[in-house]
Ligand binder design. Structure first.
Ligand SMILES: [Zn+2]
Ligand SMILES: [Zn+2]
Length: 172
């Protein structure tokens, strides 16, 4: 779905859309599992230089490799969003964009409008925590034999995990 400035100049645009897995490009690190549902509206803000506000609610499930054991780790998103987009001006395309404090939620668009999929993609990626675990107490992979310690306790000695012992072992 694409919001054109021409249409937004006349009226806000309501949306209620569902995306099948894979329809929103989430980079190679994340997979969309199940449908993503988003509803809300896009408004062209008056008395601005073409600032578009997209607000609504999104829910859906994504998945990535667990940071510790590399098994799939799911993350559910069920959250409201309220995002602001400014047109890219010629000065802003050169060099760093300066944002005032409190303006972190402002994005930019080029051309004659804004893609809803692109907006939702950004929101989903920002919603996912930096560290995603399959479960809060994931035991991870054994650094010595590579076994998944959630499923198969390996025989590796815990003492060997401290690298300081390596120097001592060489002396023996
Ligand atoms: Zn894990
Ligand atoms: Zn091991």
């Amino acid at each position: 779905m694409f919001f054109t400035l021409t249409e937004l100049e006349h009226h806000p645009i309501q949306f209620d859309v569902r995306y099948k897995p894979g329809e929103i490009d989430l980079t190679e690190d994340y997979r969309q599992i199940g449908e993503v549902h988003a509803e809300g509206k896009a408004t062209l803000l008056r008395n601005t230089l073409g600032e578009i506000r997209v607000q609504g609610h999104l829910n859906g499930n994504v998945e990535a490799d667990c940071d510790r054991c590399l098994e799939p780790a799911a993350y559910a998103i069920d959250a409201p969003f309220d995002l602001f987009y400014r047109p890219v001006s010629k000065t802003e395309t050169h060099g760093e964009v300066h944002l005032e404090e409190g303006e972190v939620d402002i994005g930019f668009y080029e051309g004659d409008g804004l893609s809803l999929e692109e907006t939702l993609r950004e929101f989903i990626l920002l919603s996912i925590p930096m560290q995603l675990l399959c479960k809060p107490d994931c035991a991870g992979l054994c650094p010595h034999c590579g076994a998944n310690r959630n499923t198969q306790p390996c025989g590796c000695s815990v003492k060997l995990e401290d690298p300081r012992w390596d120097a001592l072992k060489k002396l023996i």
